[in-house]
Ligand binder design. Structure first.
Ligand SMILES: Cc1cc2nc3c(=O)[nH]c(=O)nc-3n(C[C@H](O)[C@H](O)[C@H](O)COP(=O)(O)OP(=O)(O)OC[C@H]3O[C@@H](n4cnc5c(N)ncnc54)[C@H](O)[C@@H]3O)c2cc1C
Length: 406
């Protein structure tokens, strides 16, 4: 098997009960030839197919499940430029210059996504973001983080206890207010992208089609599906989410578990501005609202990926999330309408690995990691489409696989 199949999510995510565009797909029943094969019909594969078909390339997607049936449907979908690793912390890991580049690139990616979602007429709610002081960064840590963000040219407003209470009714020593960011329905947007590409630009989606083997050479790539059929292509892209290709170096990556609840609708109890909220804590809590006035609250991550263990903890994690939510915003009704859990990818720097796979000519990986998987999916799209169309990306080295020095 080319990527090990995982139990990516359990429980019913809020997005599964919402209307989303239908996307044509069919099982693979013959050998085919194409310019580019993308493995994965989640939000990353959809963005890549969108960009490549817009360039006039012939693109095929194969997915072992179906359109938006992997981690994308479990996502809480805060689309933020503030990446998981604070700028000050990332600077200690990869140097101030590269950390600043990574943060700025995320800000550009969020802007690009906002523009694309608007074109697509798929609703994205524009939201400011509130990063609360916690056990990892207290007031002083947030002040340094604020200075670093401002020095990098990024939006940041420092709120002290009183300003924070006035802004959001939250009692914490300090917070950073950022903008602009978004919240989306990840399943709907993925399917809207895929639908537009299939209807208008000739994208073909084969599902269920499990790619079990890949043979790569300088002349081209052949992927073999579980049906025994071959897909011959010039380039192959793994957009396979947390199911990593066995051929990809996995140093520094880990898969953990995470839990989410969505409350009953309660527009009258929501905090002013409905900004997204998350905290500089471990374990951390994060929240957003939905258009019908629910609160989605997630976190409580654990360092294991075993699905049985993850699911057995569901009731306990729901209780903890409700308790923490109540403590943060006592006016909220914490009764739960939806609860789900999922696998979650992380790297030691919080940055994804994107680029040509060492030792596999013409093969690329765009793997969605961490709490910024959607922002990173856009960056992966830009880096990989640039490589395929002869436009070297100025930031490609930030995300590339480690390579032996020439
Ligand atoms: C609970 C949770 C909350 C999150 N919250 C956020 C958030 O707030 N903001 C954010 O930006 N990100 C968030 N993320 C991360 C983000 O959702 C993911 O990074 C993103 O959805 C990954 O999309 P993808 O398309 O890369 O992967 P997926 O949606 O998993 O799609 C990959 C597809 O590849 C297919 N596949 C794999 N291997 C093969 C194979 N060999 N053959 C055929 N098909 C294959 C799978 O079937 C799957 O459909 C969250 C994730 C989780 C789980």
């Amino acid at each position: 098997m080319e990527t090990k199949s995982k139990d990516l999510r359990t429980g019913r995510s809020i997005w599964e009960d919402r209307q989303a565009p239908s996307v044509a797909h069919a099982p693979l029943t013959r050998d085919i030839k194409t310019d580019v094969l993308v493995i994965g019909a989640g939000i990353t594969g959809a963005m890549i197919a969108d960009a490549l078909t817009a360039e006039g390339l012939k693109v095929v997607i194969a997915d072992r499940r179906g359109p938006a049936k992997g981690s994308t449907t479990a996502s809480t979908a805060l689309v933020q430029y503030e990446i998981d690793t604070p700028l000050t912390k990332l600077a200690r890991k990869i140097g101030a210059r590269n950390a600043t580049r990574a943060w700025r690139r995320s800000a550009l990616a969020v802007n690009a996504l906002a523009a694309r979602f608007e074109d697509l007429k798929a609703a994205a709610e524009h939201r400011r973001s509130l990063f609360l002081a916690g056990n990892e960064l207290g007031r002083a840590g947030l002040l340094s983080e604020h200075d670093a963000r401002r020095a990098a040219g990024l939006t940041s407003q420092f709120l002290d206890r009183k300003q924070l209470r006035d802004y959001a009714g939250i009692d914490r020593p300090a917070a950073l207010l950022g903008s602009p960011n978004m919240t989306i329905d990840p399943r709907k947007i993925t399917r809207a992208l895929l639908r537009e590409c299939t209807v208008e630009r000739g994208l073909k989606i084969f599902a269920p089609a499990d790619i079990v083997d890949v043979r790569a050479s300088r002349a081209g790539v052949t992927a073999i599906a579980d049906s025994g059929h071959h897909i011959a292509c010039r380039h192959l892209i793994f957009a396979s989410g947390y199911e990593f290709p066995k051929s990809v170096p996995q140093r520094g990556h880990s898969i953990t578990s995470t839990w989410v609840i969505a409350t009953v609708p309660q527009r009258k109890n929501l905090w002013p501005s409905e900004c997204t909220i998350w905290e500089a804590s471990d374990p951390y809590l994060y929240l957003r609202t939905t258009p019908e006035g629910r609160v989605i609250c997630g976190g409580e991550d654990e360092e294991f990926s075993d699905a049985e263990k993850r699911d057995a903890l569901m009731d306990r994690k729901i209780r903890t999330l409700r308790r923490k939510l109540h403590k943060l915003l006592p006016k909220l009704d914490t009764r739960v309408d939806y609860a789900w859990a999922g696998a979650f990818g992380q790297t030691s720097t919080g940055l994804p690995t994107i680029g040509q796979i060492p030792g596999m000519p013409n093969c690329y990986a765009a793997l969605g990691y961490g709490g910024n998987g959607i922002t990173y999916a856009r960056i992966a799209t830009e880096v990989i489409c640039g490589a395929l169309t002869g436009r070297a990306d100025i930031d490609a080295d930030l995300y590339d696989f480690p390579r032996p020095k020439a």
